[in-house]
Design a protein around this ligand. Structure first.
Ligand code: CMP
Length: 139
C-alpha cells in the first residue's frame, strides 16, 4: 500500500551536521522525499505538534528541545512508508534501537533521538497537514 509519512530531522541531528547522512538512508531504502523544508519551530508550534503528549512528564523538556535549533521537515512516500520509516529510525530509545538504525547511530537519549516519524495513518494525516499544504507535495 502506497503511504505518506511525516519525517523530522530533529535539532540534535541538525547541530551534528548530519542532514545528508539521514536523507541518504531514506533514499537508499527506496522512500521518496516528496516535500521538504527547514524551519526553526517556535515553542508554541512544538507544543501543538506534540499535543497528544501534553500530559507526559517530558512534555516541557521535549518542546524546549524541539525549538532549540532548526528542524528539517519531510514527507516521505512509498510502499508501507509509515512502518518502513519507523524501522529505519529504530526504537525511540537509542539504547534499545537495533544496530544500523538512525537512532542507534546518531541518537543521544530517549529525547534527543535524531528523528521523528508518524506512528500510524491517522497521525501521519494530522502531522503532514500540520506542516505542509497540498501544493507543497510534489506527488
Ligand atoms: P518522537 O518519535 O518524536 O515522539 C515523541 C518524542 O518524545 C520522542 O520521539 C522523544 O523525542 C520524546 N520522548 C519519548 N519518550 C520520552 C521519555 N521517556 N523521556 C523524554 N523524552 C521522551
Amino acid at each position: 500500500m502506497q503511504q505518506a509519512t511525516l519525517a523530522i530531522i530533529k535539532p540534535d541531528a541538525i547541530k551534528k551536521n548530519i542532514i545528508g547522512q539521514i536523507v541518504r538512508r531514506i533514499e537508499e531504502n527506496d522512500l521518496a522525499v516528496v516535500a521538504m523544508k527547514m524551519v526553526h519551530l517556535s515553542r508554541k508550534m512544538a507544543e501543538s505538534f506534540y499535543y497528544v503528549h501534553r500530559e507526559r512528564p517530558f512534555f516541557a523538556s521535549l518542546t524546549q528541545f524541539m525549538s532549540e535549533a532548526p528542524v528539517v521537515l519531510m514527507v516521505l512516500r512509498g510502499e508501507n512508508a509509515i512502518s518502513r520509516w519507523r524501522d529505519i529510525m529504530g526504537a525511540t530509545d537509542p539504547a534499545k534501537a537495533k544496530e544500523g538504525t538512525i537512532r542507534k547511530l546518531f541518537g543521544e537519549s530517549i529525547e534527543r533521538n535524531a528523528v521523528h516519524g508518524s506512528d500510524g495513518p491517522e497521525s501521519a494525516g494530522f502531522e503532514i497537514g500540520y506542516f505542509f499544504s497540498a501544493v507543497e507535495l510534489v506527488r
